[in-house]
Write a protein that binds this ligand. Structure first.
Ligand code: NAI
Length: 349
């Protein structure tokens, strides 16, 4: 693990193997410098355990950076459960996972991510209090996806203003890859702002729903990233912006909800060379963790949560301007800002 390319000085990585339920998972705690490591739990069918570990390492580091820049009083962590999990075992697997989270004594606070439903978290919550994104207290809490989508929309607007000098999204064409909790809510928000949508999802029912509700145009799965649009919003899984896609895509702006959108350094370079404006994923998708953190720490009402989400707009703009001024890719600028915030917190601690 220490030699893994995604290892980044993580504080702790736990491998879980529960023979009784079949639970196999990793919990990666990247940093607790700013508070308990917060980050969702993902259930995915990985090619092998190494791929799952890599995902946990990358995603937990991303959470540290995301939380540091969003001003959330939490560190970064993430859990990945190796699927598939048969339906009849689901309750037991998530209860076993909850016990493992509890054994970490609050160092890691879990929440929802891809492949995990509120009902799964309800099982987790029966055995640990280190879980968030479950119940709303005066509107603060519960499913984070709509709040993530709101933040993505705000970041996307800031990126469009920066790149196209546009005050609004009226008539702009946006391609959305993935219409789950985040993508569908984003589609609704963009449609309400007059954007014209092109959409794709593995689940054709979701794609059709978006076409019906938002007069969106359907795209094939292998065409959505290359669609002839102004803005691309990746809202499915990470790693989709490969060098090949970066060289061939037609959108001038990328702003979406998925974590770790850029596959590698070569892809980042290609986007930068082509002058494509990239709104860093973890900067614009922080709305969910802002909500989850407020629910967990009981700090702030809905107005405070909204204000923190609104701040994603000016933050995105500052990062894009710094990238232009310094001739540095925007993702690198964001990483440097996050590392500085983390280093400052370590010194303070
Ligand atoms: P979800 O599981 O509700 O939706 C994902 C959707 O993407 C599904 O409808 C799935 O069918 C579709 N999809 C998967 N692979 C695809 C492909 N190759 N092409 C087209 N569609 C595909 O997940 P959710 O919650 O909407 O999250 C989406 C992304 O946003 C993930 O990367 C997640 O890590 C990230 N994110 C989610 C947050 C949240 O609050 N839910 C917070 C921050 C980031």
């Amino acid at each position: 693990m220490f030699d893994h390319p995604a290892f980044d000085g993580h504080e702790r990585v736990v491998a879980l193997n529960d023979a009784a339920t079949g639970l196999r998972a990793f919990v990666a705690i990247h940093s607790t410098a700013l508070g308990p490591a917060g980050g969702g739990c993902r259930l995915w069918h990985y090619e092998d355990a190494g791929a799952a570990l890599g995902d946990a390492l990358r995603l937990s580091r991303g959470m540290s950076y995301k939380n540091a820049l969003a001003g959330v009083p939490m560190g970064g962590g993430k859990a990945v459960i190796l699927g598939p999990v048969p339906d009849e075992r689901r309750a037991d697997v998530f209860t076993a996972f909850g016990r493992a989270v509890d054994a970490l004594n609050g160092r890691y606070v879990t929440a929802e991510d891809v492949g995990v439903a509120p009902a799964d978290l309800a099982h987790v919550a029966t055995v640990t209090r280190y879980v968030s994104g479950i119940v709303a207290r005066e509107g603060v809490g519960g499913n984070p996806a709509p709040f993530t989508a709101r933040g993505v929309c705000i970041g996307l607007e800031a990126a469009a203003r920066f790149a196209f000098g546009r005050r609004d999204l009226e008539g702009l064409r946006v391609a959305i890859q993935g219409l789950g909790g985040v993508g569908m809510n984003l589609a609704a928000a963009l449609h309400a702002r007059g954007a014209r949508l092109v959409v794709a999802d593995l689940a054709t029912a979701r794609r059709d729903e978006a076409c019906d509700r938002f007069a969106a145009t359907p795209a094939a799965l292998d065409e959505i990233l290359l669609a002839d649009v102004d803005i691309l919003a990746p809202c499915a899984l990470g790693g989709v912006l490969t060098e090949d896609i970066a060289r061939r895509m037609r959108a001038g702006v990328i702003a979406g909800g998925a974590n770790n959108q850029i596959a590698d350094a070569a892809a980042e370079r290609a986007l930068f060379e082509r002058g494509i404006t990239y709104a860093p994923d973890y900067v614009v998708n922080a709305g969910g963790i802002i909500l989850v953190s407020a629910e967990y720490t009981r700090d702030g009402d809905l107005a405070a949560v909204d204000a923190r989400i609104e701040a994603i707009g000016p933050r995105t703009r500052r990062i894009l301007e710094a990238a232009r001024t310094t001739g540095t890719p925007s993702g690198t600028v964001a990483d440097e800002m996050a590392r500085a915030a983390l280093a400052g917190a370590r010194v303070a601690a």
